[in-house]
Design a protein. Structure first.
Length: 297
């Protein structure tokens, strides 16, 4: 974990190691697939609409990312994948929801290269989640880059693709570099597509089209706590796929986080409440007829 045996390197040389050549063969690009972990409902919408959303970098889990880019963070968007063939338990529960009812969609290296080459426009999304019909055009309205994450352990010391490096001119390394996270996130093995808004308009998210031929070649698998027939095959997006194309998680786990943490959730309900969530919570409780069973309600 970062020793005196780290490789000494300049910031420019290390950044060059992260340059993706879209003309590369799949084998030279990556040896493992790229996985996007999300909820069942979100993946259903991706399949149904043919679009995947990228969030503003200010919304990333590593809050130090936004601090690195205070000047332009509102114009940077990231779409993140886990680049490993092994399943990650934290990924299921961080990105698929506390209920553990999530899915992941996978792209082989060849399919990911095809997806990257297909990106020629993106669509702004307003604060209400409405996707604009008017696209932003690559090179004119936005630029995009892609690569793997550098995991920062300490000043000048980063891990990149299983190797440790000491950067001799680290003061230049963080400048406009949207591929840095703190080391505790290293388990994510993240590959990231970064979009930079070049217009004067501001929005929180963007939508990227996934071509139909790529949608048909996605690998889909569902989390250990998902009921396949109940949670998946009744939804429109998944009806494009035969059931045998959707694999079960290989992990034999049942975290049951929602039930195990219900006391904490109730005890901290004030931290969750805003106008919309309060209405949703009240409707959910009333729909189960719980209120009528409580004295004085």
């Amino acid at each position: 974990m970062g020793t005196s045996n780290n490789i000494e390197i300049s910031s420019e040389s290390l950044l060059q190691l992260n340059k993706v050549q879209l003309t590369n063969s799949a084998g030279n690009f990556s040896k493992t697939s790229f996985w996007y972990y999300t909820s069942v409902s979100t993946l259903n919408l991706i399949l149904e609409s043919g679009k995947i959303w990228a969030s503003n970098i200010d919304k990333m889990n590593d809050i130090n990312e936004a601090k690195l880019h205070l000047q332009d963070k509102s114009d940077i968007f990231a779409l993140c994948f886990c680049n490993t063939n092994s399943e990650k338990i934290p990924m299921w529960y961080l990105y698929s929801g506390i209920c553990g009812k999530g899915m992941r969609m996978g792209m082989t290296p060849a399919i990911m290269l095809s997806f990257l080459k297909s990106i020629d426009k993106v669509y702004p999304i307003d604060e209400n989640g409405k996707v604009s019909d008017v696209p932003l055009i690559k090179d004119h309205d936005f630029s995009f880059d892609c690569g793997w994450i550098f995991y920062k352990k300490c000043d000048k010391c980063v891990k990149f693709k299983r190797k440790w490096y000491n950067i001799i001119d680290y003061e230049h390394f963080e400048d406009k570099n949207y591929f840095i996270k703190d080391y505790p996130w290293e388990y994510e093995k993240e590959f990231r597509i970064v979009f930079k808004n070049k217009t004067n308009n501001h929005f929180n998210r963007i939508a990227i089209e996934i071509p139909e031929d790529i949608l048909k070649k996605l690998k889909l698998s569902y989390a250990p706590e998902v009921d396949f027939s109940e949670d998946i095959m009744s939804q429109k997006g998944f009806k494009k796929y035969l059931g045998e194309k959707i694999a079960r998680s290989s992990l034999a786990i049942n975290m049951n986080l929602l039930s195990r943490n219900k006391d904490d959730i109730v005890g901290n309900i004030d931290m969750l409440i805003d106008n919309k969530s309060a209405t949703d919570i009240c409707k959910a409780v009333q729909s189960q007829n719980y209120c009528s069973n409580i004295k004085g309600v």
